[in-house]
Design a protein around this ligand. Structure first.
Ligand code: DX5
Ligand code: ZN
Length: 217
């Protein structure tokens, strides 16, 4: 599986080091949680942070937009160097337009579903995305508890993709993934998992934490 460390759990005073540590430890991509204090009750990073991190690493940067009016933020984040931009289906009445806007840039497009949102909500969007992100916590904060029932959505997404050769999205799981949970995520056939507090914490260094996750897959 691919691992995408989320810098939301890293030391905000040293984000460049956090990204370098992840790259050295063999991370596959960097997950950047963008929050506007409206769609979710927290504030985090703007495009300038992506621009800074772009200079630090060759790893793909994936931006998880948790904002209202996501359409307004597609171009700024793409210009800053995002390789993938993911939009919540719950965040806009015009999700198809938002995904089209992403495809007007060089970035790949992903759609995100909250724990309360069924896969059927995005069935008409699946041909238009390169990735589906399944939330296993209610978005807003790192360090929350994994909601296991949401893995049924991974089953559904794998089945739908297997049935239709024209679909080629990757499936990513985000929220509460730690050494105790990662095996169940891998087992269901997800391609990528996000890990925030399991990678960036005071218990061990980033390389040790990533190795622990890999060993537990
Ligand atoms: C939650 C974010 C997640 C979060 C993951 O709103 O989308 O990416 O940072 O952190 P952990 O792995 O600690 O749940
Ligand atoms: Zn995220």
């Amino acid at each position: 599986m691919q691992i995408a460390p989320s810098i939301l759990s890293a030391d905000f005073g040293n984000l460049t080091q956090a990204v370098r540590d992840a790259e050295q430890a063999g991370a596959d991509r960097i997950h950047i949680d963008v929050m506007d204090g409206q769609f979710v009750p927290n504030l985090s990073f703007g495009p300038q942070i992506v621009e800074v991190l772009r200079r630090e690493t060759d790893l793909p940067l994936e931006v998880h937009l948790m904002v209202e009016h996501p359409e307004n933020w597609v171009k700024p984040f793409a210009a800053a160097g995002a390789d993938m931009i993911m939009v919540h289906v719950e965040s806009t009445p015009h999700i198809h337009r938002a995904l089209s806007l992403i495809h007007e840039t060089t970035a790949k497009a992903g759609v995100v579903i909250n724990p309360g949102t069924p896969v059927s909500t995005i069935s008409f969007l699946l041909p238009s995305v390169e990735q589906v992100l399944v939330m296993t916590v209610d978005p807003g904060f790192s360090g929350q508890h994994f909601i296991p029932d949401n893995l049924e959505k991974v089953d559904d997404l794998v089945t739908i993709r297997d049935r239709d050769d024209s679909l080629n999205y990757t499936i990513e799981v985000d929220g509460g993934v730690n050494v105790d949970r990662v095996h169940s995520v891998a087992n269901r056939g997800a391609d990528i998992y996000v890990a925030g507090s399991a990678v960036y914490n005071d218990e061990a260094d980033v390389a040790t934490n990533i190795k622990r996750l890999r060993d537990a897959e």
